[in-house]
Design a protein around this ligand. Structure first.
Ligand code: FAD
Length: 366
């Protein structure tokens, strides 16, 4: 029987993958405030095809063989475990904070629960159906995919995608932006680069209103989606006196994903962690194997510091579908990167959005 107790706070990508990978070698407790996993990449297409909601919300009940899932909100971390908002205390040898990030509605659940998440998604889908002019503010992956998904599902809508950056994805080879721009042209999406929106009325939910650029141009939109990035959820760590935060709100760490000198058995992973990665599942796919290896060494009596520190992606892969058949991606090969178009993007992500992979992971194959 595994003896080391590990408590993981947060059943998102990082927490769930870590819990499953350590299930056989430690006594794992995974805690989340809701009883189902939410697969965010499919929440974008759900705005154009709301039938996806039933597939992207997946119960946690079937995926741990030995470990336990506990439904509840963690209120406090201390040196020997955590305390939940209902007063329950759970002891641990190792605690991992995987509390992730929040995002503007309707793309991620909140503490209001899964019914509220469903309702937000259904309302957004209904507003998209009725809208003639849609403005999407923010052209990161969520904004780009959203514009593509709506344009593929509703070719007659007037869609504006707006970014204050001078080009799409300036951190990648320009061939990515070129391929995406060609898709936008084919789909009739109006791409506005280098345009700062002066009057965003909400950062947290879609609304009807005018969009005004610096310089005066106005778009009257039936629906405006603010999609300007993830906000790390690090309140639990902020309550610990010696944890520092980067300017984007993520927790700083010592090279081994530990945010607190006074609590060396506390780790942080995923969107809440500042380790040089973007806030993506792709980053988590690199972070989890590192933490699993490090913790297994610790369970075998080694010290954390004797293990190699974590190194982030140099060039992270990025997959940007636009509907099931279009879009573009960058795939790293060693230190080089290769930009690929429709065929690979559709095969790797666009067709299924990893829904079958995650449903299988959680033992939900129906
Ligand atoms: C619409 C959308 C699409 C995306 N698509 C992609 C994509 O295609 N590819 C990609 O690489 N990245 C994508 N991302 C980014 C990706 O979703 C995040 O990087 C990822 O969700 C982060 O995982 P995480 O485990 O760190 O945290 P999260 O997924 O945010 O999960 C954190 C969990 O912690 C729980 N929690 C928080 N606080 C507490 C508490 N106090 N007590 C108990 N539980 C708590 C929350 O309920 C939540 O379930 C997308 C993001 C969005 C918004």
């Amino acid at each position: 029987m595994p003896t080391k107790k590990i408590v993981i706070i947060g059943g998102g990508y990082a927490g769930c993958k870590l819990a499953k990978a350590l299930d056989a070698v430690a006594s794992v407790t995974l805690i989340d405030g809701k009883d189902c996993f939410v697969h965010a990449p499919a929440a974008i297409r759900a705005v154009a095809d709301n039938t996806l909601l039933d597939q992207l919300i997946i119960p946690y009940s079937n995926f741990l063989q030995q470990g336990q899932f506990v439904e509840g909100w963690v209120e406090q971390i201390n040196s020997d475990g955590v305390i939940l908002s209902d007063g329950r205390e759970l002891k641990s040898d190792i605690t991992v904070v995987a509390t992730g990030s929040s995002y503007a509605a309707p793309f991620k659940h909140t503490r209001d629960g899964l019914d509220a998440f469903r309702k937000n998604s259904e309302q957004a889908a209904s507003k998209v159906r009725q809208a003639k002019v849609i403005a999407i503010v923010g052209a990161g992956p969520v904004g780009t995919e959203l514009a593509g998904e709506i344009a593929c599902a509703y070719p007659d809508k007037e869609i504006h995608l707006i970014t204050d950056e001078q080009s799409l994805y300036p951190m990648y080879n320009p061939s990515l932006a070129k391929k995406l721009q060609a898709d936008f042209t084919a789909l009739g999406v109006h791409l506005h680069t280098g345009k700062r929106v002066e009057n965003l009325a909400s950062l947290t939910e879609p609304y009807k209103g005018d969009i005004t650029f610096a310089g005066g141009k106005t778009i009257s939109a039936d629906l405006v989606f603010p999609v300007i990035g993830s906000r790390p959820q690090t309140q639990l760590l902020a309550a610990l006196t010696d944890v520092k935060f980067a300017s984007d709100g993520r927790a700083e760490q010592d090279g081994w994903m530990r945010p607190s000198k006074s609590n060396p058995n506390l780790f942080v992973i995923g969107d809440a962690l500042c380790a040089g990665d973007a806030m993506t599942i792709v980053a988590i796919s690199r972070q989890v194997p590192w933490l699993v290896k490090t913790l297994k060494a610790v369970f075998n009596g080694k010290t954390v510091d004797s293990q190699k520190p974590y190194k982030p992606w140099v060039v992270a892969p990025i997959l940007i579908p636009m509907g099931p058949k279009m879009g573009a991606s960058v795939l790293p090969f060693g230190k080089k990167e290769m930009t690929v178009g429709h065929f690979m993007t559709s095969r790797l992500k666009g067709k299924d959005l990893f829904l079958s992979t995650y449903r299988k992971f959680f033992g939900s194959n129906e």
